[in-house]
Design a protein. Structure first.
Length: 120
């Protein structure tokens, strides 16, 4: 395999991983929202819930753009990484002892890392 072929394969595998992580992050955030509503208190603060919904939606759009081979997928993934990082921080700070919140934060971190890797 030549250098160009190797670079294309690496780029493809980064995109495949990013796609999987975006879908998983979307699912994790959407699944965590009802949990937050049931918990009440800090879990239901508007800023936190809005950020979780924003994260879910940006991940969904990133995955869609990658699947379409859209010309803005890389730029969108840069934004996705920023929003995922913010969501991670929010989930970790709401309740460090809540395993569901920590699992959501972990998935947001994986997605942010994948998006950043794929976008560069």
């Amino acid at each position: 395999m030549d250098i160009q072929g190797s670079m294309e394969q690496s780029k493809g595998s980064n995109m495949d991983q990013c796609l999987r992580d975006c879908i998983a992050c979307y699912q994790e955030c959407m699944g965590c929202i009802p949990h937050c509503l049931a918990q009440g208190g800090e879990h239901t603060e508007q800023k936190h819930l809005t950020l979780m919904m924003e994260c879910a939606q940006v991940c969904n759009v990133s995955a869609t753009l990658m699947q379409l081979g859209g010309k803005f997928a890389y730029e969108h993934c840069q934004l996705c990484a920023k929003i995922c990082e913010a969501c991670e921080e929010s989930c970790r700070s709401v309740d460090p002892n809540d395993s569901m919140m920590q699992r959501c934060a972990d998935q947001c971190r994986r997605c942010a890392d994948s998006c950043r890797s794929m976008a560069h």
